[in-house]
Design a protein around this ligand. Structure first.
Ligand SMILES: Cc1ncc(COP(=O)(O)O)c(C=O)c1O
Length: 367
């Protein structure tokens, strides 16, 4: 099976981890771990941000960033429902109420017009996601956020390398959260980081990351243990070096697949533009005039042919039992329609050109 994504690790990562195991330290307990410190510096530079705070997972990155805004119980956070469940989970963990807004069916990202419809006096944060690695419409979102005086926390868990108007995604947000889970464009096994240009938020996040401490044994707030280990950071430093190569192979594969699949007129293919460059974490396509049964059938047939086609977010968050029960009934027509008609194809750096040809030929034959 050609997997939909896979971690790509080699001798350099093994050597980096071995060196930490032999020489220590293992942890970043007082914010002094040399690997974590170096990784924060390098990732901050990559993301064009002044501050970077490395943490244990992308989910803890989201929780810390949301908590750092001073969110209070009952405050509302506007986010898409068509995303991984962690985006909404983090809102609730921080005491907020998730308010779901519908998406733009062309980008699969939150629709700024729908955000405006959901803004209330209780709105504290807008939480766009760069889904599948495609930048959300941050210019429009920023206009809304500035006029309503609310924070933007961006979920860029899938978007390492995505560019929005020539700059890294994340630069227009108050804080941006990234994941290094094994399926992401670069990995530390589990891991995450927050980037920001706001020194005040950065200080709060660092304090919350380690038990609400600025000084040892002197907590000034409820906190967490969300630290990244030195072992994770050692892997991250090597992976960050390899990221440009990973990204260019993903892009090459995506472009080739688009060239081959555009011969078939039943498919809506992902559409980059000069100002919207994808990180190509997932190559996600929509079948025109289709239904869920046909989509699932196509995915099954592809999988039988050894192609790891995968449906992401078949159940948008607002339709999940816990969220329906606790946060009300939503009808989000674009989200629900897209969840029934899209699927993703493998384009990760280990997919060869001949495999891309095989994927395209097989899909066209099935259609
Ligand atoms: C969009 C999105 N948000 C948040 C997360 C959570 O990241 P993690 O798995 O590192 O906790 C992920 C990935 O898993 C994700 O894809």
């Amino acid at each position: 099976m050609i997997p939909i994504n896979l971690p790509i690790l080699g001798q350099e990562e093994i050597d980096a981890v071995t060196s930490v195991l032999k020489n220590g330290p293992l942890t970043n307990a007082l914010g002094m771990g040399p690997k974590v410190t170096a990784f924060e510096k390098e990732f901050g530079r990559f993301a064009q941000a002044s501050y970077a705070i490395a943490v244990s997972t992308g989910t803890s990155a989201l929780h810390l960033a949301i908590a750092s805004t001073g969110i209070k119980p009952g405050d509302e956070v506007i986010l898409p429902s068509f995303t991984f469940v962690a985006t909404a989970e983090a809102v609730i963990m921080a005491g907020g109420i998730p308010v779901f807004a519908d998406i733009d069916p062309n980008t699969f990202n939150i629709n700024p017009e729908k955000i405006e419809e959901k803004i209330t006096d209780k709105t504290k944060i807008i939480l766009p996601v760069d889904l599948f690695g495609f930048p959300a419409d941050l210019q429009s979102i920023r206009k809304i956020a500035l006029s309503k005086d609310v924070f933007i926390i961006e979920d860029a868990a899938q978007a390492h390398g995505a560019k929005y108007f020539g700059k890294s995604v994340g630069v227009l947000s108050d804080a941006t959260c990234w994941s290094f889970y094994a399926s992401k464009n670069m990995t530390t096994g589990e891991g995450g980081i927050i980037t920001t240009n706001n020194s005040e938020l950065a200080d709060i996040m660092k304090m919350l990351r380690t038990h609400g401490e600025k000084m040892k044994y002197s907590s000034i707030s409820l906190g967490y243990n969300y630290r990244m280990s030195e072992i994770q950071a050692a892997i991250g430093l090597v992976q960050l070096n390899k990221l440009p190569k990973f990204l260019s192979k993903r892009k090459k594969n995506a472009n080739k697949l688009t060239e081959l699949l555009s011969k078939n007129n039943r498919l809506d293919l992902p559409n980059e533009s000069e100002n919207m460059i994808s990180s190509w974490n997932l190559y996600t396509i929509k079948i025109k005039n289709s239904n869920e049964k046909e989509r699932d059938n196509i995915v099954d047939l592809l999988r039988k042919k050894g192609i790891g086609a995968t449906v992401y977010y078949v159940n948008p968050i607002h339709l999940m039992p816990y969220y329906r029960t606790n946060f009300g009934i939503y009808h989000l027509p674009e989200t629900e329609n897209i969840a029934k008609s899209v699927f993703s194809l493998p384009i990760h750096p280990k997919v060869t050109e001949s495999q891309i040809e095989y994927i395209a030929q097989t899909l066209i034959k099935i259609l």
